[in-house]
Design a protein around this ligand. Structure first.
Ligand code: SIN
Length: 292
């Protein structure tokens, strides 16, 4: 149990466990709860042993970061394929000839930037992404950080009463209000319809077995099977709760950095505080399973 009450210490305490050492990569945690910077690996040609350890580092830290990487589009895509088949974004523009390589770009002419709200990528899909691998090539002089929040920590810090209440509830996630017209500035024509799906409010991670909150401000419309006003109240409480900085880490990008986050247990929020400067890169997204 990680929840502490009254004056017994912080609201959430990361479970202290002896973690096995890594042999082929270095892992430097950003916080005790979420995030780690990985060293000693060239993502253009990782060994099988390094890939296994990267997989474990992701499971243990939920989001991992790599510096000073030189990746071609093919190498970026190949790195993603080591973790599963790639996901095709239902709306966003992609690199010419590479439908799985999503463009992440904002500059002085942009009407908006990607991911300026807490979300888990494309949670409106029936099979939402396992993870996202963002490679930023061009950074503004300052700003453009990305915030990541652990949905394990958010779930574990809820009271047992609230955990019991949420058990078995499902929520509707919808892409329609998010994606319609969103990429018109890139000349992307709207589709007749965007994905929508029903997912558990609390999901169990297929690798770690830990429970994570799985509703987000971006895509979740309502909790099903309860009155609408109750759904609004519960979602409002959960969103405020999960945005507690205690559950977060913040990544400061440099050119040629890579962030790999696990959408099954992490939400993220990109800061667009660098206008009129340019921030630019590509995202490869790995397809996931039906949340359980
Ligand atoms: C996103 O994939 O949601 C954008 C994240 C970022 O640009 O940092």
């Amino acid at each position: 149990m990680n929840v502490l009450r009254g004056n017994q210490g912080p609201r959430y305490k990361a479970a202290a466990g002896a973690e096995e050492p890594f042999e082929t990569i270095t892992v430097d945690k950003l916080t005790p709860i979420i995030g780690a910077e990985i060293g000693g690996v060239d993502l253009s040609s990782p060994s099988n042993r390094q890939l296994d350890e990267i997989h474990r580092a992701l499971a243990e830290n939920q989001v991992i970061f790599f510096r000073d990487q030189e990746l071609t589009p093919e190498q970026h895509l190949d790195f993603g394929r080591h973790f599963g088949p790639l996901h095709l974004h239902p709306a966003a523009p992609h690199a010419p000839g590479h439908p799985e390589l999503m463009i992440i770009h904002a500059d002085k002419d942009s009407p908006r930037a990607n991911g300026e709200n807490w979300h888990s990528d494309v949670s409106c899909d029936e099979l939402p992404p396992l993870g996202s691998i963002l490679y930023i090539k061009t950074c503004p002089p300052r700003g453009g950080d990305t915030l990541f929040a652990s949905m394990y920590a958010a779930y574990e810090a809820l009271s047992e009463r609230m955990q019991t209440y949420l058990e078995g509830l499902t929520a509707l996630h919808d892409g329609e209000h998010v994606y319609r017209g969103l990429y018109a500035n890139y000349g992307v024509a709207d589709k007749p319809a965007y994905p929508r799906a029903e997912h558990p409010v609390v999901r169990t991670h297929p690798v770690t077995g830990r429970k994570a909150l799985y509703v987000n401000r971006g895509f979740t419309r309502r909790i099903l099977g309860i009155p609408r006003d109750e759904s609004e109240g519960v979602l409002r409480y959960l969103y405020e709760h999960m945005e507690n900085p205690l559950f977060q880490c913040r990544f400061r990008w440099r050119a040629n950095s890579v962030a790999f986050w696990d959408n099954r247990c992490v939400q993220h929020h990109a800061m667009w505080d660098y206008w009129p400067h340019t921030r630019s890169g590509f995202r490869v997204t790995v397809r996931g399973d039906k949340p359980a």
